[in-house]
Design a protein around this ligand. Structure first.
Ligand code: URA
Length: 297
């Protein structure tokens, strides 16, 4: 199948500029008016209003979670700056799909993978070993979305196969009584950012339309957002993960449960109990029984 995949001239720049302007606005800085999407945001009536939960985040979990490094043996990236925001999250605007003409016509995950091809749409391309698209059941009711591949994932071309991935697998298998093959796992960014750094706005702008299409094609009942980066990318909000986690959100009509990233849990095992509570909530939503033993503590 040949589908034209070049973005219109300047489209990536425009998308990344829009994110930047929005970020300035959320930080309360003076600047040009935010570029609004034509699509109206829609929040589920049962969704949380961001900013409600009382717990103020500490800088450490925030920095760790928003970095979400794949493996602890890799160099730590500079700590992320915690930002409070009063802005409500909004769902992904539909115009993101049209960043790449023809993307909306991809009929299934195989067609989407073909559309992405040997991608050179952003500056991560020359450094990657493998593009990490996603794995699992294409018609699952449960989808996990992480940040970006790490070294192990880049080497194998599969998401969440390093240490953080082993913990995620444990959560899925022992905590939920499911298998990796039953769920779908992917990341916001499909190529590894070098030296474990945070993905940059232009990289997110170039890659997130693929995630949104992936979600539209799988159309799960529930998305589990792993860590600040993935959750903030899905919600287009800068609200700290420590405020969002445990509270249902809406992503284009799909229930989304934000929780901590497994890499954060490797460094903060005491917070596994919070993730366990979030996972139990997900299982309740799916109407699935909880296995008796739960994940390893
Ligand atoms: N961390 C992520 O966010 N994604 C992976 O695939 C691996 C580690």
């Amino acid at each position: 199948m040949s589908i034209r995949s070049d973005p219109p001239p300047g489209a990536i720049l425009l998308a990344s500029l829009r994110d930047y302007v929005e970020q300035l606005r959320e930080e309360g800085l003076e600047g040009p008016p935010a570029v609004e999407s034509s699509a109206a945001p829609h929040q589920s009536p049962r969704s949380q209003t961001v900013g409600e939960p009382p717990q103020e985040p500490t800088a450490a979990p925030l920095a760790a979670a928003s970095k979400a490094p794949a493996d602890d043996d890799r160099p730590a990236a500079p700590p992320a700056v915690a930002r409070a925001s009063s802005a409500a999250p909004r769902s992904a605007p539909d115009d993101l799909f049209y960043l790449y003409p023809g993307l909306e016509k991809t009929a299934d995950l195989a067609a989407l993978r073909e559309f992405i091809g040997d991608c050179t749409r952003c500056k991560l391309a020359p450094k990657r070993t493998n593009l990490v698209f996603g794995v699992g059941n294409p018609s699952t009711e449960l989808m996990f979305v992480g940040e970006a591949p790490g070294a192990d994932e880049d080497a194998r071309g599969e998401p969440f196969v390093g240490r953080a991935g082993q913990l995620l697998t444990d959560i899925i298998e022992r905590g939920m009584g499911m298998t990796r093959a039953e769920v779908y796992i992917c990341n916001v960014i499909k190529c590894r950012p070098p030296e474990n750094r945070n993905p940059e706005p232009d990289e997110v702008a170039a890659c997130e339309p693929f995630l949104f299409r992936q979600i539209d094609l799988v159309r799960p009942r529930v998305i589990v957002g792993l860590g600040a980066f993935a959750v903030q990318a899905l919600l287009k909000a800068k609200t700290p993960i420590s405020k969002l986690r445990g509270n249902w959100q809406d992503f284009r009509g799909i229930r989304m449960m934000p929780t901590f990233h497994p890499a954060y849990l490797l460094r903060n095992p005491a917070d596994k109990r919070l993730v366990w509570a979030d996972i139990q909530e997900v299982m309740r939503e799916l109407g699935r029984p909880l296995p008796s033993r739960g994940p390893r503590r």
